[in-house]
Design a protein around this ligand. Sequence first.
Ligand SMILES: NC(=O)c1ccc[n+]([C@@H]2O[C@H](COP(=O)([O-])OP(=O)(O)OC[C@H]3O[C@@H](n4cnc5c(N)ncnc54)[C@H](O)[C@@H]3O)[C@@H](O)[C@H]2O)c1
Ligand SMILES: [Zn+2]
Length: 338
Amino acid sequence: MKPAFNVRQQSEVYIGSAAEILPELLPQGRVVVVSDATIDRLYHPLLAKYDSVLIGTGESIKTLQTVETLYRRFIELGVDRSTFVLGIGGGIVTDVAGFAASTYMRGLPFGFISTTLLGQVDASVGGKNGVNVDGYKNMAGTFTQPQFVVCDPSLLRSLPDREFRAGLAEVVKAAIIADADLFGRIEQTSFETLRTDTDLLSDVISAAIRVKADIVEYDEKESGERRKLNLGHTLAHAIEKSSNRMNHGEAVAVGTALIAGAAVKLGVLKEEERQRIAEVLSRLGFDLTPPVEIKRLLKEVGKDKKNEDGMLRIVLPVGIGDCEVRKMAPAEFAALFA
Ligand SMILES: NC(=O)c1ccc[n+]([C@@H]2O[C@H](COP(=O)([O-])OP(=O)(O)OC[C@H]3O[C@@H](n4cnc5c(N)ncnc54)[C@H](O)[C@@H]3O)[C@@H](O)[C@H]2O)c1
Ligand SMILES: [Zn+2]
């Protein structure tokens, strides 16, 4: 089986059956699986052959404490530099497993089976991993490419609608950033069709990964182009920090709709394009009302620990399939929502 993508000649991304592809990818030596209890319950046969370490679920466990628990279990299991770490799960599992693997004993080889739509189109691909610190998102982590990522669309059948939808937010994001054709295809389909039509879904997953893989190809460490992948994320992170009502994808949908409004105000996006963005997200079932007052979100944005020299890097859609990154003072950004 040939990979669909080979990111930076380091990380092969496969779209297809995990059970078929995995045996060809795993090295001969020892494999230790990192996963969560939900995956273990649903896909036990995939894990059963290996020693496994299960972590909890939810954004609140994406912490250094969880990573430390993994290190301890690795020590107990006698994991060494010759062990391969296989993360099986959604973005939380792959972010934590990738971080633990890339730092334990200064780095073990690792790969992923991505089991959520959000993980397949975004979190598992690109080599960023990490954890939150005091609720600030992804404050500690590394850029280390997984040797492989397997995206198996059939694993998404067991995903709850809400989690599936969350992944669609990152698909729409990718489409707005760089793929007008993908955006058009999503406009012409429905949530139900995407849920049930595996061929269509595979195409959509592939197109969304292509957007990310192309960008990571020439900016792995986020010095420029890669920032574009943060479209909608400045406000999304503020939403996640100030409310636990929304998951990551739901917050991204709100953040994307809000930033499209700001882009219209700045005169870089046409009102009809903003409407198309809001409509496609609403039709997929997203609630685009911020769960907390915008004023509170903007305060949170100003405090974001990732601001450089006190300046924000805001990704503005400048059309469907095109965006630009603009440096802005927090006050200037806040004024766009006055
Ligand atoms: N590293 C990156 O580049 C990157 C990019 C985007 C997002 N992320 C991170 O990804 C995280 C979100 O990931 P997520 O949306 O995959 O959430 P998640 O990992 O929390 O998974 C969602 C839930 O679905 C369950 N689940 C997973 N696979 C399932 C399946 N096949 N069937 C049934 N249930 C299943 C999980 O147990 C979990 O309860 C966030 O922390 C976000 O910051 C990272
Ligand atoms: Zn995201």
